[in-house]
Design a protein around this ligand. Structure first.
Ligand code: TRP
Length: 337
């Protein structure tokens, strides 16, 4: 089947913090699998990252590093379109148009905005407020059919659907209605320090996450410090024993062993055994990713080539949608120059 007849999948990650095994097991691993069945577009949403204050040199480095990590995890730039959001100006342009179709009340209801304004009380900028509109533009620009997102982004996707529906109703059918894509597999990985909350790449406590680029000794040290409980028994009980359950989940997701098999394997053994073995499983899983990462990063030309290719293909598609939008809403097309 030609690529253009496959359903379009689009997703993105903000270049903040450190890509971690939570991102890998919860998102990127599924993206890799979807390349078989979908026309995939994967974004590094650098414009979204500006909604919190960034150190320019670090942002630049992180953006490139994220692209290399996508590739290292198995996103194939020959099959999928890898896009740096800011390389395709239509994201910001469409976001402006969509902002005129979005109500303040709708944005006010976004729980992520409420959370983030609490956490960044000294920097509640307008971009933080309109963030979901830019995300809607990311999705609608490429006529995405399916958007793999975590639970925390469901509300934003709902808004994108509402905006699409509103535009289509007002100006005639233009945007594909994007569906949330909740992959059947994909583990929910929790923080190593607070196993009641999700492992987050932006957690300030680096002990709570395993970065994809963490070296073996760092992985071992973080696992040793992982929070468990004061009992002794290794069994899978996310309610009562969230720390232990999380380690079993990580082990199982990376080793392929089932949870019951792991419970049997660790029966009667100490937590330290679970921690040490899980550390080695993580190290083995990260090894090929880190090797590929080093190879991609070693040649700046390769990385630039991937981004140029992604931007070119994305630009063509984005321009098609935006011209249609501008025409439908009544803007005068520019004369050929
Ligand atoms: N807001 C998403 C997040 O924080 C990132 C994102 C931006 C995104 N644009 C997107 C995800 C488009 C899916 C589709 O996780």
């Amino acid at each position: 089947m030609s690529k253009s007849s496959l359903p379009v999948v689009l997703s993105g990650i903000q270049p903040s913090g450190h890509l971690c095994i939570g991102n890998y097991l919860g998102a990127i691993k599924n993206w890799v699998a979807m390349q078989e069945t979908h026309d995939c577009i994967f974004l590094v949403v650098d414009l979204h990252a500006l909604t919190v204050q960034q150190v320019p040199a670090e942002l630049r480095r992180r953006c490139l590093s994220f692209v290399a990590q996508y590739v290292a995890c198995g996103i194939d730039p020959e099959r999928s379109t890898i896009v740096m959001q800011s390389h395709v100006p239509q994201h910001a342009e469409l976001a402006w148009v969509l902002s005129t179709l979005t109500y303040m009340g709708e944005l006010n209801r976004m729980t992520q905005f409420k959370d983030k304004s609490q956490r960044h009380a000294s920097n509640i900028n307008a971009g933080l407020f309109t963030y979901p509109i830019l995300m809607a533009a990311d999705i609608l620009l490429y006529q995405a059919n399916a958007v793999p997102v975590g639970a925390d982004q469901k509300q934003h996707l709902e808004l994108a659907r509402d905006i699409a529906g509103r535009f289509n109703q007002r100006y005639s059918e233009t945007f594909t209605m994007p569906e949330p894509f909740i992959p059947g597999t994909g583990a929910r990985i929790m923080s190593l320090q607070d196993p009641s909350s999700k492992m987050s790449k932006s957690d300030e406590n680096l002990n709570s996450l395993i970065a994809l680029l963490d070296k073996p000794d760092v992985v071992r040290a973080k696992l040793r410090r992982a929070v468990t409980d004061s009992e002794k028994e290794i069994r899978f009980d996310p309610e009562k024993k969230p720390g232990v359950a999380n380690l079993l989940t990580i082990h199982s997701a990376l080793s392929g062993e089932s949870i019951p098999a792991l419970e049997a394997h660790f029966a009667g053994r100490l937590y330290s055994a679970l921690k040490e073995e899980t550390a080695e499983v993580i190290i083995e899983a990260l090894r090929p990713i880190q090797t590929r990462y080093d190879a991609v990063m070693a040649d700046k030309k390769v990385l630039e080539g991937i981004l140029a290719q992604g931007a070119e293909s994305a630009y063509r598609r984005a321009r098609r949608t935006l011209s249609k939008v501008y025409r439908k809403i009544g803007l005068v097309p520019p004369a050929a120059r």
